[in-house]
Design a protein around this ligand. Structure first.
Ligand code: HEC
Length: 166
């Protein structure tokens, strides 16, 4: 009788140990599952971020430095003065293509390049390398430099033109 009690107690202890080791295993797997769960939603907020940051986009567009973009993208050909170089790059100063009512011609030239006249070289297009905001910023800069007087060009305007021109 005593022995069977001991046996029962031992079995109970064993079972208890077993159970606790099982719970341990489950609790051990749980954190990694929780970790995975914790990691899984992590990209979700960042995927939501653009939507949340959407109202901030115009602010970013405003902050883009059109002057710096001109210096890094256009100046090598059209020069800091905007006057270009004779027989190579046309002047942007007072150009009707730069100063039209809505900036359509300029944005089209920036996006798709320009190769209309024999006396000048070929201008490459920047549709593949410049975002809508950047095109808008540089276009606005060109339209308001060296005496040019053109209205501001918005990223939305660039986006629409990009979708309809090639
Ligand atoms: C690799 C040299 C080069 C770069 C860089 C370049 N262009 Fe041009 N661009 C040209 C050439 C060449 C023409 C003339 C093409 C023709 O008439 O056949 C031209 C023409 C133009 C015209 C038409 C001007 C007119 O009324 O005759 C505009 C506007 C213009 N470029 C704007 C820009 C802007 C803005 C940038 C920067 C985003 C830029 N270009 C970058 C070479 C360049």
């Amino acid at each position: 009788m005593k022995y069977s009690f001991l046996l029962l107690a031992a079995t109970a202890t064993l079972l208890g140990a077993c159970e606790s080791s099982q719970t341990e295993t489950t609790t051990r797997t749980e954190p990694s599952a929780t970790e995975a769960a914790n990691q899984a939603p992590a990209p979700a907020p960042s995927a939501e971020a653009p939507a949340a940051a959407a109202p901030a986009t115009p602010a970013v567009a405003v902050k883009l430095d059109g002057s710096a973009l001109y210096a890094s993208t256009c100046q090598a050909c059209h020069q800091a003065s905007g006057q270009g170089l004779p027989n190579a790059f046309p002047s942007l100063v007072g150009s009707p293509r730069v100063n039209d009512a809505d900036g359509k011609q300029l944005v089209n030239i920036i996006l798709n390049g320009y190769n209309e006249r024999d006396e000048y070289g070929v201008m490459p297009g920047y549709a593949g390398s410049m975002s809508d905001d950047k095109v808008a910023a540089v276009a606005t800069h060109v339209r308001n430099s060296w005496g040019n007087k053109g209205s501001e060009v918005s990223a939305d305007f660039v986006r629409k033109l990009r979708a309809t021109t090639k």
